[in-house]
Design a protein around this ligand. Structure first.
Ligand code: CO
Length: 134
């Protein structure tokens, strides 16, 4: 079902400093910050030869990553994103196997303009999994 690793997302408490680290210290290609009001985050992508890193910074008063940063003050790995060909087929198959989908179970449009879903971390070894239809 799952295909390529699309990205690893890292929540950061200071986006400017995180951009500096990846661009100037690690020498990676970094995109411009992009606000995602539907998801309550500002995102920056680090483009690596084989995958991407997504830096997540809270946007607005009810950002879903604020609680994560409250518990992890220096930031940390927030989720991994795997690609799927058909997100509705993937969802239905996972639900049949007892996995829980976060939110209302319907795909939202993610940072790449493609449909995404999140799976409950308790069902996957404590890892928040994002599925993205490519
Ligand atoms: Co993501």
């Amino acid at each position: 079902m799952i295909g390529r690793l699309n990205h690893v997302a890292i929540a950061v408490p200071d986006l400017t400093e995180a951009i500096r680290l990846y661009r100037d210290v690690l020498g990676a290609k970094v995109t411009e910050p992009q606000d995602e009001p539907d998801h309550g985050v500002t995102v920056v992508f680090i483009e690596l030869p084989n995958t991407k890193i997504e830096l997540l910074y809270p946007m607005g008063d009810h950002s879903p990553i604020q609680g994560f940063l409250d518990k992890n003050s220096v930031g940390g790995i927030h989720h991994v994103c795997y690609e799927v060909d058909d997100i509705l087929a993937a969802r239905d198959s996972l639900c049949k196997d007892g996995a829980r989908i976060l939110g209302n179970g319907e795909p939202k449009i993610g940072a790449h303009g493609k449909p995404v879903l999140f799976l409950h971390p308790k069902d996957f070894n404590g890892t928040l999994i994002e599925l993205e239809q490519v």
